[in-house]
Write a protein that binds this ligand. Structure first.
Ligand SMILES: Cc1cc2nc3c(=O)[nH]c(=O)nc-3n(C[C@H](O)[C@H](O)[C@H](O)COP(=O)(O)OP(=O)(O)OC[C@H]3O[C@@H](n4cnc5c(N)ncnc54)[C@H](O)[C@@H]3O)c2cc1C
Length: 439
């Protein structure tokens, strides 16, 4: 039996990337799509702040797996509505107290040269590690990664179908896996640090995520978008508008009604009722089930007992000078990797010596800053709001990061700052309805 989709209306709650992409796929299939968004513009966590003449991307600063975007464009029969550029080096890493900055090139010889003094046989080890990560990627991509799991049983059942040669990575941490391949602390830390930016630490993230090393270094790469990451959102919105998709901003769903156990309508903050044939919720699933559907299983106290990721402290800084000594994409680490990792999720005191990431947005996108200026985006993994509720010390923490960064790059940027915006986990939670500002 085929369903006639013509004139069927789909109401999407949330204009994040998920809502926009699904909306376009559905509109292209003939559905009538309408999108509601609580904020004043589309994008969700992939957003943009324009302030004091500077433009900042507020969330994602790069992407990998570009082939997914290409597949998306092909299936929607459109030209990808933004241009992306490959980053090379992918990123740089500096350890505090060291004048050396590692440049993480995709070219294995250039990469291995960076480690010559600490891990002389890096090239052989890295090739072996990447081969394993590649096999893991190709054996799980269709079966596990691109699948949706509604139950733990379904997930475990699928894992049992994965080539048993990969079984060990299901029982090891990312760090332990990397540790088996490399002997120097530098290589171990640099290769496993990506886990901090997945919301957890390399010590409690499963080794299955080592497949990301393959997608980063070999299979694909890291990419930035010409004009800034927000061009992805602007491009998608344009494509949606061509399909007559209607957007309603500043519209937050606060309640719902049901009839005979079936969702009937949603209600926004102004009391307006929204009906549709099909509803699609792009808001954070746990938050929405607890706060809007009021399901007992997702009540705040129950959610607090589940395992969550860290939160993020992000800040956006406009400088009235250039920073030629800094790359596009940079990680700044301390010298107590494991102790830091053990503390960062739950212990606010660990912020005294934070690890952080700096993206120089204007490096590739000159339009993001006035001439002779630079726009910077800092991300620091921090305890989520369950572990650190009070952020009155945000200026103190931000200033300590700025001081540390200034020391490492050999230039005091404090007097050069002409614009500063800080998002603590409180802003992340309140803007996008995220439970305790975690994922
Ligand atoms: C600091 C940071 C850095 C990141 N860096 C990267 C990166 O470099 N690369 C990468 O690939 N990923 C990165 N990510 C992850 C990436 O941003 C997210 O995975 C992605 O943007 C999530 O999209 P989404 O559509 O699923 O959710 P969201 O973007 O959260 O979209 C949900 C939308 O629903 C709206 N909404 C919620 N509740 C309601 C309601 N009741 N009524 C109406 N609207 C509602 C929200 O306002 C939001 O717009 C980063 C995330 C953060 C926070």
């Amino acid at each position: 039996m085929t369903t006639n989709i013509n004139n069927k209306k789909v109401l999407i709650i949330g204009a994040g990337l998920g809502g926009l992409a699904t909306g376009l796929r559905l509109a292209k299939k003939g559905f009538e799509v309408e999108i509601l968004e609580k904020n004043k513009q589309a994008g969700g966590r992939l957003n943009q702040v324009k302030k004091d003449g500077f433009t900042f991307d507020t969330g994602p600063s790069f992407f990998s797996m570009s082939f997914e975007f290409e597949e998306f464009a092909k299936s929607c029969n459109i030209k990808l509505p933004f241009e992306y550029v490959e980053l090379d080096p992918l990123y740089s890493v500096n350890f505090s107290g060291s004048s050396k900055t590692y440049q993480l090139y995709k070219n294995i010889d250039k990469l291995a040269a960076q480690f010559a003094d600490v891990e002389p046989d890096f090239k052989v080890k890295f090739e072996k590690y990447i081969k394993k990560s590649g096999a893991l990627f190709h054996d799980t991509v269709d079966l596990v990664i691109k699948n949706n799991f509604d139950s733990l049983a379904g997930y475990v059942f699928t894992l049992m179908r994965v080539n048993p040669v990969h079984l060990p990575v299901l029982f090891k941490s990312f760090y332990d896996h990397v540790k088996q391949h490399f002997s120097s602390p530098e290589a171990r830390q640099i290769i496993s640090l990506v886990a901090f930016f997945l919301g957890r630490t390399p010590f409690d993230t499963m080794a299955i995520y080592s497949l990301l090393s393959y997608t980063e270094f070999k299979h694909d790469g890291y990419f930035n978008v010409k004009g800034g990451m927000y061009k992805i959102v602007e491009g998608l919105v344009k494509e949606l508008e061509k399909e007559n998709v209607k957007f309603h901003y500043n519209t937050e769903i606060v309640d719902y009604s049901e009839e005979n156990g079936k969702l009937e309508s949603f209600t926004d903050q102004n009391g307006k009722t929204w009906k549709s044939d099909i509803f699609l919720v792009n808001s954070d699933a746990a938050w929405f089930r607890g706060n809007i559907f009021k399901r007992e299983k997702y009540a705040e106290k129950k959610l607090d007992k589940m395992s969550w990721t860290m939160g993020y402290l992000t800040f956006y800084v406009g400088l009235k000078c250039k920073l030629p000594q800094v790359n596009h994409h940079n990680y700044y680490l301390g010298t107590n990797y494991e102790a830091y990792a053990n503390n960062v999720m739950k212990n606010p005191d660990s912020l005294q010596k934070p690890y952080y990431y700096v993206n120089v947005v204007s490096k590739h996108n000159q339009d993001c800053a006035p001439e002779g200026c630079e726009s910077l985006f800092f991300v620091c993994p921090v305890p989520n709001l369950y572990y650190k509720e009070n952020w009155d010390d945000k200026n103190e923490i931000v200033n300590s990061i700025i001081t540390d960064f200034s020391e490492r790059i050999g230039k005091d940027i404090q007097p050069e700052i002409v614009s500063k915006t800080i998002y603590t986990p409180i802003e992340w939670r309140d803007q996008f309805n995220l439970h305790r500002a975690a994922d």
